[in-house]
Design a binder for this molecule. Structure first.
Ligand code: 13P
Ligand code: SF4
Length: 324
């Protein structure tokens, strides 16, 4: 694949890779007193070497609690940035600094500041998939696992802006009966699933249950018998008596699903085109090789100004308090 070729080129430039990459990473972990936190969308090797795997909320909590000196974040930029917001004195490494997020990019700070100014009496609830600059302009952060719970705790008369994901925002509106002002951002991966192909799969596998992440469009969500964050989807397919699932989220999570429910069958929901665009191109920029080099060279590091960090910390703390 393109990213592997790129990694190989970068690796050659950086030096010789050890033969046993797993052992070398374990030894660097001890040397640095590091913890490896990984998201469910990472490649299987990274998930297997991580100290902790989770959804965005679980990863933020793990970053808040860790005693390690170095956090190696195997995820995308906004996730590593969140770890830095919570841990200003720790070294936070991201294996590939280009591992961004289309959803975070769909909400540029200047345009959002104008939008916010046009709704000055509104409280800003932002999905964690946004930059530190957007977090700094927000009142409360949420993730896909606590968005409904957080909005339900806000007094009914308080108008709310929900940013940046319009699909999660619409889902929260349906679940809470609240009228939210939505920023029109979205995720390229979760908008790629084909309703038609999911319906065809359901016909071909009548026993299968479709499950979906709330970042999917409503045309996909309407076919799902369960909607939840990556951690919630994982938990659901373990507890449900169903043996076969059509999974409408990034297929990296199927590695954990198969590990935790080996007797079940997981079918990735297909994208509209015959491409691999249901794989997050940003998450997949991280490789085991790049993770090794990041630890070995202690770079690329996540940094941000202290003003932005402090402003972004406040809504993060509100989220952690409101989702205990
Ligand atoms: P989760 O919080 O469900 O892990 O979602 C993160 C994400 O980026 C979904 O696209
Ligand atoms: Fe961002 Fe979408 Fe990738 Fe999640 S799957 S990190 S929302 S681009």
């Amino acid at each position: 694949m393109f990213t592997t070729a790129l990694a190989q080129r970068e690796n050659t430039q950086l030096g010789e890779l050890p033969l046993d990459l797993f052992a070398a990473i374990q030894s660097l972990k001890k040397e640095l007193n590091a913890v490896i936190l990984a998201h469910y969308y990472q490649e299987p090797d990274i998930q297997d070497i991580a100290d902790f795997i989770g959804d965005s909320l679980q990863l933020a909590r793990a970053a808040e609690k860790t005693n390690a000196d170095v956090i190696v974040f195997a995820g995308v930029h906004f996730m590593a940035e969140t770890a830095k917001i919570l841990n200003p004195d720790k070294l936070v490494l991201l294996p590939d600094l280009n591992a961004g997020c289309s959803l975070a990019d769909s909400c540029p700070p200047e345009a959002f500041a104008t939008f916010k100014a046009a709704h000055s009496d509104h409280l800003v609830v932002s999905y964690i998939n946004c930059s530190a600059d957007i977090k700094a302009m927000s009142d409360i952060i949420c993730t896909s696992s606590n968005a409904v719970k957080i909005v339900q705790q806000i007094p009914k008369e308080q108008p709310i802006i929900f940013a940046p994901d319009r699909n999660l925002g619409r889902y929260v509106m349906e679940q809470t009966g609240r009228d939210l002002v939505l920023w029109q951002g979205s995720c390229v991966v979760h908008e790629t699933f084909s309703e038609k192909k999911i319906v065809q799969l359901k016909i071909a596998h009548p026993e299968a249950e479709a499950i979906a992440h709330p970042e999917c469009e409503s045309s996909v969500l309407r076919h799902a018998s369960f909607i939840g964050s990556t951690a919630a989807l994982l938990k659901y397919c373990q507890s449900s008596p169903t043996k076969e699932f059509i999974v409408a989220t990034e297929p990296g999570i199927i590695h954990q699903m198969q590990k935790l429910a080996p007797d079940k069958h997981f079918i990735p929901a297909p994208p509209m085109n015959n491409c691999a665009c249901n794989e997050c191109p940003f998450m997949r920029l991280n490789t085991l090789e790049k993770l090794y080099w990041a630890m070995k060279n202690r770079t690329p590091e996540i940094t941000m100004s202290e003003d932005i960090r402090l402003a972004a910390l406040r809504p993060m703390q509100r989220m952690l308090e409101m989702s205990v």
